[in-house]
Write a protein that binds this ligand. Structure first.
Ligand SMILES: Cc1ncc(COP(=O)(O)O)c(C=O)c1O
Length: 331
């Protein structure tokens, strides 16, 4: 079965940009800090995927940009907030491919006078051209207009949607589950849950489809850092169905997305996320990011506090990267 899935995956071109397998580490000191009833905790270090300072976007963009290259694209357009991790990795991989990259960006909810988000500094260093729009809603229209204009001028445009969360990109996470299953089997670890941040949906869709394909039976819990769970879950379910079409199979596309830990909004820390970030840093020497993974960790800690997760469980927390959002540079 696994060789059949692997050969279906091999059908799609893929860049060889990330460093795999990313490590799985145990978190014994975090567990001890969370009390006697806390489950055994592991972390999947996708903050170490490497390219462009890593994170979950590398796995998705390896497929999406390989396809852009195969299609003969001569410019890549994508979008995000000024602190976007997706934008940073897109810019880095485009630099590596020698492809011009243009990013349509809106200002972040949290900003400081005279300081520039480190992700934006990286985008510029990677040579991306930045187009600014006023808000999240304007990103799609502006990008589509820009793409249409370039195409009228005879250019071959690859328009990469938010977070590269299209079925092709999500294959990166199907593949990641093959990698993870092999690591867990080799270490004789049986997990009961995977917990991670879920927003544009590609990560969760790939994880859920991958678990079904590779026979990894764990409940997958996506934690929203922004939108209501119903809208993220619907989008994740659609991507799962479309991954099925790509791989010529069908999946159960029911998913769990929770939105109780968003707080005041995207990128705005909560007391719980700030505490979670500090706790993981102090107990395990691991930095989370303030926008996504700290809120996902706050959700995991709340599930332990509420007794939803107990010492009978074993949880794999998926670190999706993004730590650069902690840092700023002078403007
Ligand atoms: C650090 C980080 N974690 C998690 C996510 C969520 O992943 P996805 O957009 O695939 O749902 C993102 C991007 O949105 C991210 O940058």
């Amino acid at each position: 079965m696994h060789s059949f899935i692997n050969s279906r995956l091999e059908f799609f071109p893929r860049l060889n940009a990330g460093h795999y397998p990313t490590p799985i580490e145990e978190l014994p000191r975090l567990r001890a800090a969370l009390g006697k009833r806390a489950p055994r905790l592991f972390i999947k270090r996708d903050d170490y995927t490497g390219a462009g300072l890593g994170g979950n976007k590398v796995r998705k963009l390896e497929y999406v940009l390989a396809q852009a290259q195969a299609d003969g694209a001569d410019v890549v357009i994508s979008m995000g907030g000024e602190k976007s991790n997706h934008a940073r990795v897109t810019a880095a991989l485009c630099a590596r491919l020698g492809l011009p990259c243009e990013l349509v960006m809106n200002p972040p909810n949290v900003r400081y006078d005279g300081l520039k988000p480190a992700n934006l500094v990286a985008d510029e260093l990677f040579g991306a051209k930045i187009h600014r729009v006023a808000n999240r809603d304007e990103r799609n229209t502006f990008s589509a207009e820009l793409a249409a204009r370039y195409m009228r001028e005879g250019r071959r445009v690859a328009l990469v949607p938010l977070g590269a969360s299209i079925p092709l990109g999500a294959l990166g996470f199907v593949r990641a589950i093959g990698e993870t299953k092999a690591q867990l089997d080799a270490a004789n670890i049986q997990i009961t849950h995977i917990v991670h941040a879920s927003s544009s949906g590609g990560t969760q869709a790939g994880i859920v489809a991958g678990c079904q394909l590779y026979g990894l039976s764990a409940q997958v819990v996506g934690m929203s850092p922004d939108d209501p769970s119903a809208s993220i879950a619907a989008h994740v379910a659609d991507i799962i169905t479309d991954i099925g079409a790509l791989l010529e199979t069908t999946f159960d596309n029911r998913v769990i997305v929770r939105d109780e830990f968003v707080g005041a909004g995207y990128g705005i820390p909560t007391d719980e996320s700030t505490n979670a970030l500090a706790l993981v840093a102090r107990t395990e020497g691991i930095l989370l990011d303030p926008v996504y993974t700290a809120k996902a960790m706050a959700g995991l800690i709340a599930m332990i506090g509420d007794g939803e997760l107990t010492a009978d469980d074993t949880v794999l927390f998926w670190h999706t990267g993004g730590q650069l959002a902690l840092f700023y540079a002078p403007q």
